[in-house]
Design a protein around this ligand. Sequence first.
Ligand SMILES: NC(=O)c1ccc[n+]([C@@H]2O[C@H](COP(=O)([O-])OP(=O)(O)OC[C@H]3O[C@@H](n4cnc5c(N)ncnc54)[C@H](OP(=O)(O)O)[C@@H]3O)[C@@H](O)[C@H]2O)c1
Length: 295
Amino acid sequence: MHTYARTSIPMTTLVTGARGSVARGVVTRLLAAGRDVRIASSDPTALDPAPGVEAVRLSLAEPAADAAAALRDVHSVFLYAEAAGIADFLAAARAAGVRHIVLLSSAAAAAPDPAANPLAASHHAVEVAVAESGLPYTVLRPGAFAGNTIGWKYRLLGADSIQLPYPDAQLAPIHEDDIADVAAAVLLTGDRLGETLDLNGPESMSFADQIAILSDVLGHELPFVEVSREEALADLTRHMNEGYANALLDLWQHSVDPEPVSGTTEAITGRPGRSFRAWALDHREDFAGLAAPRG
Ligand SMILES: NC(=O)c1ccc[n+]([C@@H]2O[C@H](COP(=O)([O-])OP(=O)(O)OC[C@H]3O[C@@H](n4cnc5c(N)ncnc54)[C@H](OP(=O)(O)O)[C@@H]3O)[C@@H](O)[C@H]2O)c1
């Protein structure tokens, strides 16, 4: 009579950048589906893991010291695009026998000359490294996050109005929960290997339209003024380097026509993407503390 060694196939998913808005949604969905999850952050002390979830230290910018332990028995990975440490992370993932990496990249990576555009370059470099690693992968390329509009709250806490250089710029903002839905579905099924998925929201709209919807949901007007590109550049470079700021301004300047809706959320999850109004309703609390304008 033969006896057979019992082999167990690890089915743990490592979710990196675990404090991020998309990562948190991915964790919730994987746990709800019964997947074993390990969460990793550059500051694991800031995490509040669900029962049974292991939280480990991993800085994607400097993963060498921690990656092997973070990847032990890991089958699949939700990965943020951090160019600085990607080579070390992928070497550790190969050594650990990882079977699927789902990379959160950016629509910016599709730029015709990524090297000339700092928004594109870092994401493109990580996409290339993942594709050349020999590991099975899926790339997610979302466009503008609806959550970027939370920046307007901070503007309004220090000034009378939101400053917009291109109020008519057209984008189809995506809810972070749609990205999490797609990422979790791909991680759970193991489908879409080798594919790059373009993701955006269900409706193209201008910045002025987004402000009107937010104002309606919050019950008071969010005032905005149109400013010159130079004024907007001066404002943006308080928070980011000039290369990134100019890349964003170029994107908005050229977003004249409605952004085509990719339909990827619906194709993968079977239901339409969440509207910007739904995002605003979900995030009313994030705009708390804004006084209604006088007058
Ligand atoms: N915003 C857009 O319009 C847009 C468009 C296309 C693609 N993307 C991509 O999506 C990424 C952003 O995704 P996201 O919104 O899920 O990430 P996020 O919330 O901006 O967080 C990004 C990372 O910052 C780290 N972090 C450091 N301090 C933090 C803190 N106090 N709170 C929360 N996180 C902190 C986290 O990693 P640790 O936990 O390891 O520290 C986290 O993964 C971008 O970096 C870009 O690659 C964004």
